[in-house]
Design a protein around this ligand. Sequence first.
Ligand code: NDP
Ligand code: MG
Length: 381
Amino acid sequence: MRKKKRIALLGATGSIGKSALDILRREKADFNTVLLSAHSDREGLCSLGREFPAARLALSGSAADSGGGIAYYGKKGLLDAIAASGADIVINGVAGAAGLEPSLAALEAGADLALANKETLVMAGPLAFARAAEKKVHIIPVDSEHSAIFNLLTVHGVENLEEVLLTASGGPFRSYTLEQLKRVRPGDALVHPTWKMGPKITIDSATLGNKGLEVIEAVQLFKLPPEKISVVIHPQSVVHSMIRLKNGAVYAQLSRPDMRLPIQDALYWPECTGDRAVEHLNFESLTLEFGRPDGGRFPLLPLAYEAARRGCLYPAAYNAANETAVAAFLKGELSFLDIPRIVEYVLSRDWTASPGDLEGILEGDRKARAFAETHIRTEKL
Ligand code: NDP
Ligand code: MG
């Protein structure tokens, strides 16, 4: 009999969290849930605590002890809970830059990291991989495109790779003119045509900022120069990414758009992929389209390539500026087309410092947010 893996799930109340919980509920014979975290949804966390009585509970957004079986509070509480959890695998489904420290804590604790939180690698890829190497643990991608590439490269060998073809749905506005994009409101952008996700990544999918983050994530994960990564628009989100080998062959991974598949793959890696995570594709009713992204209408994509090429603190600044701008857009303080303008402005500053430690990276993140905030408040955009 296979030994049960001990699983910690960070961001259990979010979109990734819900998909992960489906697997943990279904595959009780293979997984023990030892830690569940939420940030603000106390009720949701307590209810999960009743369902998974063996799991420790951490509520990172609250400093006060409010009962309900929650043993860990605040940011420090979450980091302590990860350290004490004894998890074999930590799934990081925390949204945004707040996921970085939990990722590092998981690696530090000697757990493999099933990583949905792409910000970890965008902000601190080299640091995270150094920590993983030191502790002899693995970073396994959960982002669907990166999971596809990871699996394809395992089969075909990175030494044979010519380029990665990262697919993007193009979001709800892929055929909008600039005039139409000017008038996009948060409510329009919060509806994604193929994926159901949290609000921040849904906006990022509409601006192509998510694909920008994913280009940087792929650079870090697969140790590739940005020019070896091409983005292909594919509105159906059925081809989750492709690799082109030096001999000209292209291999793709296809499945319905459902995050349970890459999460399940990461949890079973490297032994086997478990039983069916998603419904089969129906080829009789399937049309697959492909196209080129338009960096003119969606400048966050070329800006991400620029940040990836420059390295140093540029990717972290890109992420921080984008998070700040998206939050302002959601509050109605910025227009849709202002989001890339803020990011472009922040990237025009000097990010050539290259701190090797967490504190230096967090300092860069704070600075980029401050520049973005000031620009949003003081400039007439
Ligand atoms: P959601 O907004 O749906 O969920 C976020 C989760 O993180 C919630 O559980 C939330 O807790 C928790 N959280 C929020 N802020 C903090 C914080 N400061 N500290 C600790 N925990 C926090 O996000 P998603 O699930 O959509 O995305 C999570 C991550 O996964 C992101 O990095 C995203 O880019 C990535 N990802 C998501 C995909 C998807 O399909 N959703 C696909 C690929 C990647 P609470 O609810 O209690 O506030
Ligand atoms: Mg993705």
